[in-house]
Design a protein around this ligand. Structure first.
Ligand SMILES: NC(=O)c1ccc[n+]([C@@H]2O[C@H](COP(=O)([O-])OP(=O)(O)OC[C@H]3O[C@@H](n4cnc5c(N)ncnc54)[C@H](O)[C@@H]3O)[C@@H](O)[C@H]2O)c1
Length: 249
């Protein structure tokens, strides 16, 4: 083992999806602080403005469900910054509905972005990592992937799928130098978090939490930065719950 700081990411190129806002933006800050060069991907044009705060970064507007666009993005990153060392699959959406009235459209949209988007991005970037026998992938799951939450049917299924996908990729790719893990946050009051929890159900959830509070975006980002670092070199196939103990009981 070298005596270099095992949590530094100097010289690493990190692609973060859903980077324009919320947890994705906090992840960018955490990775940049550890020395990584960032690629911020989002379907929202504002990602260009966000990227200006990260020196030497690249901003790309793309949808994680668009395979052709993703292939182009990876080519662009490789020609401008070099190979991608770290992939953070963070982009996600939520659509709340009682199960009996959940529309097929909301089901498809949620599964497309939250699960197929993670599959496509992991596959396209993963192939380049496998060719170099090095890389780290971190998928944003949710406590909704391990426990049932009212009105979260499509979301919970998509996140349970992300956890299963993480395990399968870790099994196949860890022997070839690519670590794959998931992070499952509890409630964070981002735009997505407010959509689901800025109501009585949110207050009830908060009072059930052992820590009696929601998480801050930085608390999720710090866990991601650790998993992305050589300090987590023996961790693969894990789903790290960052939930202040919410799922203990
Ligand atoms: N906020 C929470 O309470 C919470 C809890 C558990 C898990 N998560 C997960 O964390 C991740 C980030 O959530 P957040 O709370 O920061 O949400 P957010 O709404 O604040 O940010 C999500 C970002 O993803 C982008 N995005 C959405 N669909 C996209 C697509 N198809 N292609 C590219 N970009 C797309 C949005 O433009 C936005 O910038 C999501 O995967 C979410 O499911 C959030």
């Amino acid at each position: 083992m070298s005596d270099m700081d095992p949590y530094r990411l100097d010289g690493r190129v990190a692609l973060v999806t859903g980077a324009a806002n919320g947890i994705g933006l906090a992840i960018c800050r955490a990775l940049a602080r550890q020395g990584a060069t960032l690629v911020l991907l989002d379907r929202d044009e504002s990602v260009h403005e966000t990227a200006k705060t990260f020196q030497g970064s690249l901003a790309v507007v793309a949808d994680v469900t668009d395979e052709t666009a993703l292939e182009r993005v990876v080519e662009q990153i490789e020609s401008q910054l070099g190979s991608i060392d770290i992939l953070i699959n963070n982009a996600g959406v939520v659509a709340l509905s009682p199960a009996e009235t959940l529309s097929e459209q909301d089901w498809d949209k949620t599964l497309d972005i939250n699960l197929k988007g993670v599959f496509l991005t992991s596959q396209i970037v993963g192939r380049t990592m496998l060719s170099r026998e090095a890389g780290v992938i971190i998928n944003m799951a949710s406590k909704a992937g391990v426990m049932a939450l009212d009105q979260h049917l499509a979301y919970g299924v998509s996140k349970a799928g992300v956890i299963a996908l993480t395990r399968s990729l870790a099994l196949e790719w860890s022997p070839r130098g690519v670590r794959v893990n998931a992070v499952s946050p509890t409630i964070v009051m981002t735009e997505l978090g407010r959509t689901a929890w800025d109501n009585d159900a949110g207050e009830a959830a908060r009072s059930r939490m052992p820590m009696r509070r929601f998480a801050e975006p930085e608390e999720i980002a710090n866990a991601v930065a650790w998993l992305a670092s050589p300090g987590a070199s023996m961790v693969s196939g894990e789903n790290l719950l960052v939930d202040g103990g919410y799922t203990i009981s």
